[in-house]
Design a protein around this ligand. Structure first.
Ligand SMILES: [Fe+2]
Ligand SMILES: [Fe+2]
Length: 238
């Protein structure tokens, strides 16, 4: 099948390197993962041929770099290894980004209120909501759902209770994705104004980094961890 007719989530599942490429190109493989690449390009008004050429070049380059760095392949990880990986990387790093953006946004809201007050007030409130949601979500994963998954995995019996909890996490992910989309629209992809100071730039850059990390994080949970878990449950049931 032609790549243009394939769903974004399948393309990324087959080749995780595409996560970075789609992030760079502003293609939403995370919440819009069910769309085909063709549709996503049409929506973004991107020309197909040059896009596919850029994609090939990116994949080749990234593969070489990954080989050199000996990077981990999350697809090969077992469920318990994946959970460790998610907590040790995305949860830790995103908490740090949240803290940084929180401080910076508050500062620029005060300093730049006169010229950019309207946008910054909206962004401040969207961010406050996202921060609360993510912080509570991480702790739910760490304290409730991941331990349930680990226990079931160890027992070789994925229970309905655990799968129900996983569904709740998936709903949280969708909610976070929706707030992030609002932020992207509001800031026109984290574009800073001409009079932006150092803190303004850092706030927007860190927010952008946070958002990209959240997308990769959600993708790993929804499309790798939870899929593996559901696979184990189906195997047991059949
Ligand atoms: Fe997580
Ligand atoms: Fe999550």
């Amino acid at each position: 099948m032609n790549n243009l007719d394939r769903q974004l989530k399948d393309l990324v599942a087959e080749n995780t390197i595409l996560v970075d490429f789609f992030n760079d190109e502003g293609i939403d493989y995370c919440c819009g993962g069910a769309d085909t690449l063709g549709k996503a390009l049409e929506d973004k008004k991107k020309e197909t041929k040059p896009f596919l050429e850029r994609m090939d070049v990116f994949i080749e380059k990234a593969k070489e770099e990954r080989k050199e760095k000996g990077e981990l392949n999350v697809y090969d990880m077992k469920i318990d290894e994946l959970i460790d990986h998610l907590e040790e990387t995305h949860h830790v790093e995103e908490r740090a980004y949240l803290k940084q953006v929180d401080e910076d946004l508050n500062k620029i809201l005060i300093v730049h209120f006169e010229h950019h007050g309207e946008l910054l007030l909206k962004l401040h409130s969207l961010f406050a909501y996202l921060k609360k949601e993510l912080e509570e979500h991480f702790v739910k994963e760490e304290k409730i759902t991941f331990p349930m998954i680990l226990k079931d995995y160890k027992d070789g019996n994925i229970t309905k209770e655990t799968l129900k909890k996983v569904e709740e996490l998936e709903e949280d992910h969708e909610g976070a994705g929706a707030v992030i989309k609002e932020m992207i629209d509001l800031t026109d992809h984290f574009e800073v104004p001409e009079d932006a100071c150092f803190t303004y730039n850092r706030a927007f850059e860190t927010l952008h980094t946070l958002v990209e990390d959240v997308f990769i994080h959600i993708f790993k949970e929804n499309s790798i961890l939870f899929e593996k878990l559901k696979g184990e449950a189906d195997e047991k049931a059949s």
